[in-house]
Design a protein around this ligand. Structure first.
Ligand code: HEM
Length: 514
């Protein structure tokens, strides 16, 4: 009797699970969206390996976009449906809606490393207030004042190249530290020495840890990203190497923030002017608490370091691959320098800017970001799509909890927007009218590499001017040539990085002083 009751219960449970599965399938509004065939259940990671692991990045993704259009459905880990979106109107709607928020390991990492008050983690009114206050250091006028720092950083990079032993030079480690230096000097008024050796060494470790990806990582992420934040925070106390490095980063950036605030307050108690810089302005404005100001130190140092370093490394790689273009750019830079009378107007150099735009188009530092719907929503489409049942639709109903992937790299390869040969590196598309203006999606010539909407990258103008200065300095002083053998290709390892098939991040170049 007892065992037949157990069987009855087991059977009822099975029916309940099956019914719930059927109901969720019926409610799943994106099931009709076409997409690549589901991989076998043996591959618990669904299409995620094909999406995240290819070298070069995008091998499958760009083909899927070609076959299914700018919105299609993928299988995530453990059979979960995900929507891949590169349609401009849909992207704009998602980016500007408070009903779609960041999820995934990136979000958890940001919260663990920088805390809930960091601008990248804050939400709603707190985010708006912190962002508005911080914007003071990132307006066009404010960024122009950092030019002297960028000049110094570019000169240091030149010296590092000149002092390197003969033979191919891997430019990546130099760029990594130089871009950290740029932020530290410009925003904090601290040199790398002021940051301290331990801080810099720990930073190198952080870059290494976050620069790894594998099938195991994908599955572990899928299993653990649902853990509550309190559990992650508790996990930070575990004595593992990774968490130790994370804890150090939090400690160092907290110390640094405290020191910055004390120095400015001491100046005031001594009757001196509070340093009229970014942090002085934040303290003086009363718009942010001291804890909130301290929480921004880590994110500012890290957000703009590897993103700018890797984008610049790809730029140098493309210059080395295109010697004719390099010559033309050099001629433009020489003429710009000759007529500058001490103040170079970078924005009036068409080749330089077309080159930077093309680099940022093809090599978005973060090629995709994940969002989840907090409420049921309707996503409008710029271009109608045909569902698997043959219906033409111009909007997609989304249910609460649906994960959408904003496919930045795919958007930047949409033919109607960027012209033919979208996979080719061709700066001339920006000069001959090939690129169509379209609706405003991102802040910089409609590219999404700096995202868009209220979470647009705060430092985009900073990154552009820094790259303009570094590229002008290098091209005016050196000739760059690719080395023989394997060429670096982009891989998505928390950032889009130039790596060899061994996984080593490297851009080896022959660099000759002119
Ligand atoms: C080529 C260089 C850069 C690229 C491609 C880039 C890209 C991005 C992207 C895609 C985001 C949004 C991330 C998300 O919400 O999921 C972001 C946010 C952010 N970036 Fe950048 N970034 C670059 C350089 C910089 C620099 C130089 C700084 C500062 C000096 C900076 C500071 C920030 C900050 C503070 C945020 C958070 C903004 C917010 O949530 O309101 N970035 N960046």
């Amino acid at each position: 009797m007892e065992s037949s009751l157990r069987y009855a219960f087991a059977f009822a449970a099975l029916i309940a699970v099956f019914t719930a599965h059927l109901l969720s399938r019926r409610r799943n509004t994106i099931r009709r969206i076409a997409g690549p065939p589901s991989p076998s259940w043996i591959f618990a990671s669904g299409h995620m390996q094909q999406l995240l692991l290819p070298h070069p990045y995008g091998d499958y993704e760009f083909q899927w976009q070609k076959t299914f259009g700018p919105v299609y459905r993928l299988k995530g880990c453990f059979g979960k449906d995900r929507l891949m979106v590169s349609d401009p109107l849909a992207l704009q709607a998602i980016l500007n809606s408070p009903n779609f928020v960041r999820i995934g390991m990136f979000d958890i990492l940001m919260r663990l490393l920088f805390g809930e008050e960091a601008v990248i983690c804050a939400n709603g009114d707190q985010h708006r207030r912190i962002r508005a206050a911080m914007n003071i250091g990132f307006t066009a006028a404010a960024v122009r004042t950092y030019k002297a720092v960028f000049d110094k950083v570019a000169e240091t990079f030149s010296e590092q190249l000149e002092n390197s032993p003969a033979g191919p030079i891997n430019v990546c480690p130099f760029l990594s530290l130089d871009t950290l230096n740029a932020i530290s000097e410009a925003v904090f008024h601290y040199s790398m020495q002021d940051l301290g050796e331990d801080f810099v060494a720990n930073n190198v470790q952080i870059v290494k840890i976050t620069g790894t990806q594998s099938e195991a990582h994908i599955l572990v992420e899928a299993l653990t990203t649902g853990f509550p934040m309190w559990l992650w925070r508790a996990g930070m106390a575990l004595p593992t190497t990774t968490f130790k490095i994370f804890r150090k980063l939090r400690y160092y950036t907290h110390q640094l923030g405290g020191r910055i605030i004390r120095e400015r307050q001491d100046a005031v108690t001594q009757g001196l002017e509070m340093n009229n810089d970014f942090f002085g302005a934040l303290l003086g404005s009363d718009n942010m608490s001291e804890d909130e100001i301290i929480a921004q130190v880590g994110i500012l140092l890290l957000a703009g370091q590897e993103t700018t370093a890797n984008t610049t490394a790809f730029a140098l790689l493309e210059l080395a691959r295109h010697p004719d273009f390099q010559e033309k750019l050099r001629a433009e830079i020489y003429s710009g320098l000759a007529t500058s009378r001490g103040t170079v107007n970078y924005d009036s150099m068409p080749l330089l800017n077309a080159f930077i735009k093309e680099t940022i188009r093809l090599y978005p530092a973060i090629p995709l970001v994940e969002r989840v719907a907090l409420k049921d929503a309707i996503i409008p489409l710029a271009e109608a799509i045909t569902t698997s049942t043959g219906e033409q639709i111009t909007q997609i109903p989304i249910l609460k909890g649906q994960v959408v992937t904003l496919a930045i790299a795919s958007y930047q390869r949409l033919e109607p927007r960027w012209g033919k040969d979208v996979h080719k590196f061709d700066p001339s598309r920006w000069l001959d009218g090939t690129v169509s203006a379209g609706d405003a999606v991102g802040p910089y010539v409609n590219l999404l590499s700096f995202l868009g909407g209220p979470r647009t990258c705060l430092g985009w103008r900073f990154a552009i001017l820094e790259m303009q200065v570094i590229i002008c300095e290098l091209v005016s002083k050196f000739s760059l040539m690719e080395t023989e053998g394997e060429s670096s290709q982009p891989r998505f390892l928390s950032n889009l990085m130039p790596v060899l098939s061994s996984g080593e991040k490297t851009v080896p170049l022959h660099v000759t002083r002119l």
